[in-house]
Design a protein around this ligand. Sequence first.
Ligand SMILES: *Cc1c(COP(=O)(O)O)cnc(C)c1O
Length: 333
Amino acid sequence: MNLGRFPRVRLGHGPTPLEPLERLSRHLGGKVNIWVKRDDCTGLATGGNKTRKLEYLLADALAQGADTLITMGATQSNHARQTAAAAAKAGLACHLMLDSRAGVATDAYKHSGNMLLNGLLGAQVHHFPAGTDMPAQMLDLAERLKTEGRKPYVIPGGGSNPVGAMGYVNAALELVAQASALDLRIDHLVHATGSSGTQAGLVAGLVALNAGIPVLGFTVRQTREVQEGAVLALAEATAQHMGLPAGTVRPEHVAADSHYVGQGYGVPTQGMVEAVRMLAEQEGILLDPVYSGKAMAGLIDYIRQGRFTQGANVVFLHTGGSVGLFGYPDAFS
Ligand SMILES: *Cc1c(COP(=O)(O)O)cnc(C)c1O
């Protein structure tokens, strides 16, 4: 597989480290070897998984002659913040369309964390109530900007389309090369799944490589059925974008679990708070309250329930977002 033929703009500090979590593994009983793939360390304005997607999306935007990026997300969107940083680095204008879907209305949530950084990075932020048709709002703004002579490029929420998902095809290649160099047999790869591009890219890349690594996504919003459908559809579209034959990605390659969402997107859970504290205290690693904290809560519960075999090597993909902790001080006080 030659990814060199897909246009890419370097934004991150890859390859990100693949490291054992020895204290955490022991703390959880020592039967499972937990590893972490540090995509929280991509380096772009505090990093995260959207950096990899934006490397391909920005290349596409520049190829189309864009001078402005438009994207959408929740108020504390990590994707929006990384898009603002990518735009700044490329010298493009950036509009962030943010909605209050999480239902959190504290000053910290509205102004600290990612929101503080969006301002520093020079993005223009537009706020909308929960339930707004955000894709329609983005198209409206794009039309308005065009009448002003601008050249906008619209990035879907989470950067999740086949172009963006190439970032995680690339991550799959990187991970398999690292595991091979370490003689590490990866039995499971787990991570938080939201807009689906991360899991879809990983699945398409791992299947294309015949890597034999099952991926499990812990959802942060949707039910298992809805999420698996979305991931499968995007993984198929990504495989097609890569030129793979139809039918390469199959339903059995896609697995999600929605037991750790709690009350809803961006609403803290006890398991998330425990997971964030545990990773901080055992490993000095900062998770985030919306995605990686809930996914780690799922992984911890799976280990406690004995759902992995003795000696299994489980890689947790840390997708970043720790800046979001500053939007949720009450959850941890
Ligand atoms: C966006 C995000 C995810 C989910 O990735 P998707 O590609 O949207 O499924 C996970 N973790 C963090 C920290 C994120 O910001």
